[in-house]
Design a protein around this ligand. Structure first.
Ligand code: FES
Length: 173
């Protein structure tokens, strides 16, 4: 195994783990001002920015890992922890807000024991409040993203959102 004392992956091992990231780095590694784009695409691929990914990006771009880490922690859009199997994107846009999204958020938080941006201890759910999902006529709305795709739920009530979450839980019982 080719790893350093701090556990950071370098060399062939890292190459093997980051094959999907390689084309992104080929395209942007040497383009000035591309760090945010690289981090966005890395997060799109892996769901979050791991320390290994940050070190790999540093190796390929020549940017210090501390600087990359600083950028990743500065912007709220970046996650440094893995997300749950189900990423709940709860709309907090105007139409959803007017139609009770705060109440829906309260129900989700209460039911799962997490706040916005957190993941349940069992690794099943991550809650993310987001801006308009583009289906305002169904407000209040949430989208649940999984590895296989996404499902949108509208006209939510406290009861219906709890039922939806329980259905997801049941699939994993
Ligand atoms: S405001 Fe929620 S979908 Fe548009």
């Amino acid at each position: 195994m080719n790893s350093t004392k701090c556990g950071c992956q370098t060399g062939e091992n890292a190459e093997a783990n980051f094959t999907e990231l390689a084309p992104v780095l080929e395209k942007y590694a040497k383009v000035p001002g591309s760090l945010i784009t690289i981090l966005q695409q890395t997060q799109d691929i892996y769901g979050y920015l791991s320390l290994d990914a940050i070190n790999y990006i540093a190796e390929k771009t020549g940017i210090m890992p501390a600087k990359i880490y600083g950028v990743a922690t500065f912007y709220a859009q970046f996650r440094l922890q893995p997300i749950g199997k189900y990423l709940i994107m709860l709309c907090k846009g105007t139409a959803c807000h007017v139609n009770g999204s705060d109440m829906i958020e309260e129900a989700v938080c209460e039911h799962l024991g997490i706040q916005d941006g957190e993941t349940t201890e069992d690794g099943l759910f991550t809650l993310n409040n987001v801006a308009c999902l583009g289906c305002c006529s169904l407000a209040p709305v949430m989208m649940v993203k999984t590895a296989d795709g996404e499902e949108t739920f509208g006209n939510l009530t406290k009861a219906s959102v709890k039922k939806i979450l329980d259905d997801y839980k049941a699939k994993n019982a």
